[in-house]
Design a protein around this ligand. Sequence first.
Ligand SMILES: NC(=O)c1ccc[n+]([C@@H]2O[C@H](COP(=O)([O-])OP(=O)(O)OC[C@H]3O[C@@H](n4cnc5c(N)ncnc54)[C@H](O)[C@@H]3O)[C@@H](O)[C@H]2O)c1
Length: 448
Amino acid sequence: MNGGLRLTVLGAGYLGITHAACMASLGFEVLGVDTDRGKVGQLNTGHLPIYEPGLGKLLRSGLDAGRLRFTTSYQEAAAFGDVHFICTGTPQRPDSGHADLSQVHACVAALAPLLDRPCLIAGKSTVPVGTARRLAAELASACPGAELAWNPEFLREGTAVADTLSPDRIVAGVTSRRAEEILRQVYARPIAAGSAFFATDLETAELAKTAANAFLATKISFINAMAEVCEAAGGDVRSLAQILGADPRIGQAFLRAGLGFGGGCLPKDVRAFVARAKDLGVGDAVGFLHEVDAINLRRRTRAADLTLELAGGNLAGVPVCILGAAFKPGSDDVRDSPALDVAQILTGMGASVTVYDPAALDNARRARPELCYAATLAEATQDAHVVLLLTEWPEFAALTPGSLEGIVARRNIIDARSALDPAPWREAGWQFRALGVAQDTVATADSA
Ligand SMILES: NC(=O)c1ccc[n+]([C@@H]2O[C@H](COP(=O)([O-])OP(=O)(O)OC[C@H]3O[C@@H](n4cnc5c(N)ncnc54)[C@H](O)[C@@H]3O)[C@@H](O)[C@H]2O)c1
């Protein structure tokens, strides 16, 4: 079914490891390439350097079956691959909102001179519109046998394996029927199982990814803007979201008010989209995305302000426990983590902050070594005056007032992820605060 195609995956990060292991599980021979020698060594011994449910097992079965291995050698990759997937990072540039494309360019520059047989290079990294067309032109003159396509990735960390093996849609930005046919062969199994396949031009394929992320970010910031209004006007954004979401034209998904989005994709993709649109002379068309970003970041300071209120207006030396470091549950990714930003803000306000996360502690320690971390939930909550739930891991959503009884010093909790039912906490004498719920509303609910 796979036509004997051999695949390389260039860049073994969250996307690349998942893509490589999933493609091997579909029966392809796969060679993963990364410039990080240590990571390649780990992967070849079956050690998954990231937290992603189900991926370790897939990695090990690919290695055991002899269909998957990793290397640092582009020479090997060029000789091996019929299809080369670019999965390198495209972080935000430090000096602007633009995407830093240096990893993508380095990858193509390393591969292109070594190619001496026909192949397809399929970009999966998220890039600004226009990138693929430029790369295609460079490749056409450097190695005529190589063709470029753009095949953006929509996986979500935490459900990356299922998203890769059974995607909602597969987008193939192509310039020839041959490239489309090759990608149809690669994805034959998911297509047969019902994944929609869209063949389109390079620009639309690139935009399919950035526009999707811009829309999702906008939906999250919309409900968080309503949260700000509820806090000022005396409403409850949780009820509001349920009512809005009951309209099928709006829908419940991505309508949970809270601390907003973070991670290695949405924030930088939104900013890169704005920067690219400006370069194209259509900055006004996506000007609203500035506000989407600003609303999102304001939630972080709002969580810190609520903590200050609960602590009685002075955080100097106040023990504060932060539950969560990953940008979302099911991942150990702390890139642009809202939880760690709040920890940092509170530390700056003088609080004595302790952070706990079930999967992301090592990454958090590396990214923000100046913060204090606890190895267990019990240790983190010990003697806390305020507990903040900032990443909705199931073990945090399952917390009850009883589980913290006799451990915390003061019964103050902020649920910044709409993960807890306020009633039992209030009944047990806790000051329970949530983003998007006015203090007055809480008082009214309590006295009712
Ligand atoms: N993480 C996600 O959930 C996700 C989802 C969809 C799309 N994406 C996009 O996929 C791309 C990769 O994201 P990620 O989260 O996997 O990033 P990442 O930083 O985890 O991984 C990038 C990897 O590329 C390696 N690398 C850097 N330069 C290289 C080179 N020249 N040759 C080979 N390897 C090189 C790095 O060592 C690293 O292992 C980004 O464009 C991102 O926006 C990510």
